[in-house]
Design a protein around this ligand. Structure first.
Ligand code: HEM
Length: 391
């Protein structure tokens, strides 16, 4: 019997385990495998050692080239689309968004308060699509509250973030969102420049590295990136977390019975169903990997989910097992572009989980439609229809 053709790793829906089965086929075929991708092809790296090695090899596979095309035109120039010395400098200039006193203060109380505020909007109803009502709201509000932006703008910022991310499919909406971001942020930035407060935006505006500071345009670009790169990934991760809990009775029971086990459940979720299932790169020069020639201009896919389930690293890799040793997690990347928001993402997932389990007693799946994560690069459920016993 002829083997099934490989799915298109750009456009495929690949719900639930179908994606992981396709990744396993590619992993078994070799270290670098040509796969269908948006009607063309991409070179897929699916083995753990290769994905880690390629992430760290910023000379052969610099990260910036892809982001320059898919997001920079509307997000602006940020360290995400830079490499080398510029990347180092700008990553340091933006450091207060990841490590600062304002961040510590917010994490201590602001995260839980924000999650509770989102849940207030629907807890009394007894049922909701948690994907739409919680996952697609909480991480966006977190970024705007953390920065110290006025809450009245929360909803618009969330909408504009989604439009920015849709740049490739709807450039017009993304450009409009870019301009609206500008108009919204300009007066706040002007005020914080004049009169700094103790929020993250003020820290960003006044942080200096070797006598350099971010100018207003650079600050706006980085703020757009925090929403686009930071909130969208966490939104997808939260959806996947709810998928696991509401379809794996033992995981939900463990989370309810013993809050101390929740960090291990989140960690295993990030391995088992990472929100970035595969990450695109563009080869900027002729290269070679494991004996395969990679011509300049080739599209590459770093198979994060495939690497996380590589049997060379984990026994029973397809099983969701929070008790396993969390080694080799590659969901936040590796090397110079390693995710600077990984700490925040984990705290958001844990705090959000604490709040949902406390506020929604008897939480259960109401309707399985849409709950399996779909897609490849950014994967999440389309809906999480849940019910609980309202107070
Ligand atoms: C579960 C949630 C998250 C996941 C799975 C995730 C994953 C990743 C990955 C894989 C990369 C590396 C990209 C590459 O090498 O091309 C990355 C980079 C990045 N992440 Fe995250 N991320 C998450 C949450 C966040 C949050 C909350 C923030 C905070 C605002 C954030 C900000 C960034 C930034 C700014 C970069 C670019 C880093 C650089 O280019 O040096 N991420 N993330």
């Amino acid at each position: 019997m002829a083997p099934d053709p490989l799915p298109d790793f750009g456009t495929g829906r690949l719900p639930g385990e179908a994606f992981h089965r396709a990744c396993a086929v590619v992993r078994a075929m070799g270290p670098v495998v040509e796969v269908p991708y948006f009607g063309g092809t991409a070179l897929f790296l699916a083995r753990h050692g290769d994905v880690v090695g390629a992430f760290r090899d910023n000379e052969r596979f610099p990260a910036g080239a892809h982001y320059e095309i898919v997001i920079e035109p509307v997000q602006g120039r940020t360290f995400e689309s830079m490499d080398g010395d510029d990347h180092n400098l700008y990553r340091q200039l933006a450091q207060p968004a990841f490590r600062s006193r304002a961040i510590e203060r917010f994490d201590a109380g602001g995260l839980a308060a924000t999650a509770n505020e989102v849940v207030d909007g629907f807890a009394g109803r007894g049922r909701a699509d948690l994907m739409a009502d919680f996952c697609a709201v909480f991480p966006f509000w977190v970024i705007s509250r953390k920065l110290g932006l006025p809450p009245a703008g929360d909803e618009s910022l969330r909408r504009w973030s989604f439009d920015l991310l849709g740049f490739v499919s709807d450039p017009g909406a993304a450009r409009a969102a870019r301009d609206e971001f500008d108009e919204h942020l300009a007066p706040v930035i002007e005020e914080r420049r004049r009169q700094p407060t103790d929020d993250v935006l003020s820290a960003l505006l006044h942080h200096e590295v070797d006598g350099r500071r971010l100018d207003d345009e650079e600050v706006v670009a980085h703020v757009r990136m925090f929403f686009a790169a930071g909130a969208a990934t966490t939104y997808h991760a939260f959806g996947n977390l709810l998928y696991v809990l509401l379809t794996h009775e033992s995981a939900l029971a463990a989370a309810l019975d013993d809050p101390q086990r929740r960090p291990a459940i989140v960690e295993e979720l990030l391995r088992w169903e990472p929100p970035l299932g595969a990450l695109p790169r563009i080869a900027t020069r002729d290269a070679e990997w494991q004996g395969t020639a990679i011509p300049a201009g080739s599209m590459l896919l770093f198979g994060i989910a495939a690497a996380n389930r590589d049997p060379a690293v984990h026994d029973r890799p397809d099983e969701f097992d929070p008790d396993r040793d969390p080694v080799g997690l590659i969901s936040f990347g590796s090397g110079p572009h390693f995710c600077p928001g990984s700490h925040l993402a984990r705290r958001e997932l844990l705090t959000g989980l604490d709040v949902l389990l406390e506020r929604l007693p008897g939480l259960r799946l109401d309707d399985p439609a849409g709950v399996e994560p779909v897609s490849t690069t950014l994967r999440a459920p389309e809906a999480v229809h849940a019910a609980w016993n309202p107070a």
